[in-house]
Write a protein that binds this ligand. Structure first.
Ligand SMILES: [Zn+2]
Length: 134
């Protein structure tokens, strides 16, 4: 079921709201970037996220194919979301950092389906051989 959640960085400069259907699944990936953050995310469409404050305090990082713009707060360093545009994802999409959602309960998070992706080997449809560290 789709639900609206509110997210913020650690210093609360960056605030946003987004609509997520957690029943549609969450994911963790073993790519070089996600593994360093232990990034637990949900993908949503480009129209399902609205920045409420702090847009000018966001800076971004890109690597590899530069498909995704990884945004983080200039002040506190927390990454609220990444943004990309891919045909296979239906156009513009966000990868929301579920850890920054202030009104997502632990119960809801733990009840959401979780899929692991082998991004390290560019094998997004496959589960990595080891996932316990993600
Ligand atoms: Zn911040």
């Amino acid at each position: 079921m789709k639900k609206t959640y509110h997210g913020s960085c650690h210093c609360h400069t960056v605030r946003f709201e987004c609509t997520i259907d957690l029943d549609a699944g969450t994911s963790k990936c073993n790519c070089s970037f996600c593994a360093k953050l232990r990034f637990w995310k949900a993908f949503i469409g480009g129209d399902a996220l609205q920045l409420l404050a702090g847009g000018d305090n966001l800076t971004e990082y890109q690597f590899g194919s530069k498909t995704i713009r990884h945004f983080f707060c200039k002040t506190c360093g927390v990454k609220p979301f990444g943004r990309g545009e891919l045909e296979v994802m239906g156009g513009v999409f966000y990868a929301v950092n579920l850890s920054v959602l202030d009104d997502l309960s632990q119960e809801e998070l733990l009840a959401a389906p979780l899929q692991y992706q082998d991004g390290l080997h560019n094998n997004w449809g496959e589960v990595p051989t080891e996932t316990r560290h993600l």
